[in-house]
Design a protein around this ligand. Structure first.
Ligand SMILES: [Zn+2]
Length: 419
């Protein structure tokens, strides 16, 4: 039977779960979707950047874009739950200690999740071989990296301490310049003019240990210092393309080519404001909502990071309730002032593939750190991405590279570089 497909009709099905059977009486599935679902089920789907949250990962958790159930529904096999530490403008022993302690509490939470509360649903992986072993068991693969080298403080031994807890990448900076290097988003004058002297030692230590150096959030000066210095391929765990949307967080074509020459990978982010400029009306509506709900300002992900002290269970529940309310109200804003869509996301992917090549592009959503767009708003909607790639002519082999193959290759090369 020949079925004609109307060009340009995007199927952004809310019921995106791969393998969900059509109800009897429901219309037959679109043949492109049938093909893309088969590919999606086969390939190793990895997301390199999701911010760690304190909700329950073992149930469908409102207010979280990633939990183990949404991952199952969306056929997502593995995720880096990033240990996130916000950038503070304090560079003394006490501030570094608080950042380090916050990181360690998040590593503890990862251990609890994978070893105590949900070992039947997920397992931790600290190497590409382990990723493949866990994925083969049908459990979700949990990996981790540290978002923000601020947590390293000025003690090089902390890089190894994070490695020993399972971290396999460190994003050198976040929203502000720090003791390691300058950030792309800080409007203050540069602190280091690129990597600091200590930052150079951090990169060398990461190379030695076999940790991936993550340049997402790095200033261009920091980026080029890292490219020159690193003995191993580098990654951008969640970034977009400046040529498609000119914002400070995105990478220009020269940077994309440098990552390709270095053997690394750029993981395209699914955060709306990096993909497409928000209209002033949308930006204003979001600002008002955040104010009303009492969320930290910033818009572009979380600026402040977890508090220095652990939250009480009551405060945790309250914060989760606030996030759920925020996500609910965001739907109204999305309907009124459309945000970036899956098409915009795929435009960035296409551009990165054109400039850096198919072997140097992947996916890092930034879910639970500001990520989420129309059509790819949480982990359960991942099959929509594969469908869009099939519609754009990507082969199964190339889709496998984008969804995780490239990242695993880079990770293996980074491990080898240590020997
Ligand atoms: Zn980030």
């Amino acid at each position: 039977m020949v079925v004609r497909i109307v060009a340009g009709v995007a199927v952004l099905s809310a019921c995106a779960a791969a393998g969900v059977e059509a109800q009897s009486g429901a219309p037959a599935k679109d043949p492109v979707r049938v093909k893309s679902d088969a590919i999606h089920a086969k390939v190793l789907t990895l997301d390199t950047h999701v911010d760690m949250r304190d909700g329950d990962y073992g149930v469908l958790t409102p207010g979280q874009k990633v939990d183990l159930i949404k991952m199952q529904q969306g056929g997502m096999k593995g995720v880096f739950l990033a240990v996130f530490v916000g950038q503070r403008q304090a560079f003394d022993a006490a501030a570094y200690r608080a950042a380090y302690d916050s990181a360690m509490r998040q590593f503890d939470a990862l251990d609890t999740l994978t070893q105590k509360t949900r070992p039947e649903l997920c397992a931790f992986a600290a190497s590409p071989d382990e990723v493949e072993r866990v994925a083969a068991t049908g459990r979700r693969v949990i990996m981790t990296g540290v978002e923000n080298g601020y947590a390293v403080g000025e003690d090089l031994a902390n890089v190894k301490a994070f490695y020993d807890r399972g971290a396999r990448y460190i994003s050198l900076t976040h929203s502000g310049h720090n003791q390691i290097g300058d950030s792309s988003s800080d409007r203050n004058p540069p602190r280091n003019g690129g990597l600091s002297a200590f930052g150079r030692r951090v990169v060398a230590e990461m190379n030695r240990l076999g940790m991936m150096v993550d340049v997402s959030h790095s200033a261009t000066t920091t980026f080029w210092d890292v490219v020159k210095l690193s003995k191993a391929p580098i990654i951008a765990s969640h970034s977009g393309c400046k040529a498609v949307n000119d914002v400070d967080r995105n990478l220009d074509d020269g940077q994309l080519k440098a990552i390709a020459n270095n053997g690394g990978v750029v993981q395209i982010v699914a955060l709306g404001s990096y993909l497409k400029a928000d209209s002033p009306e949308r930006a204003e509506a979001i600002r008002k909502l955040r104010e009303e709900i009492g969320m930290r300002s910033g818009g572009r992900g979380r600026q402040g990071g977890p508090p220095a002290q652990p939250l009480t269970p009551e405060a945790q529940a309250e914060a989760q309730k606030r996030r759920a309310a925020y996500m609910e109200r965001m739907k109204e804003i999305d309907a009124k002032f459309p945000p970036a869509t899956l098409k915009d996301f795929a435009d960035h992917l296409d551009h990165a593939v054109k400039v850096a090549g198919i072997d140097h592009v992947g996916i890092g959503t930034d879910f639970d750190g500001g990520g989420g767009i129309l059509g790819f708003n949480d982990a359960s909607e991942a099959p929509n991405v594969t469908e869009e790639l099939v519609r754009r002519g990507y082969s199964e082999k190339n889709i496998a590279k984008i969804w995780g193959g490239n990242l695993l290759r880079v990770w293996r090369d980074v491990q080898k570089a240590t020997r």
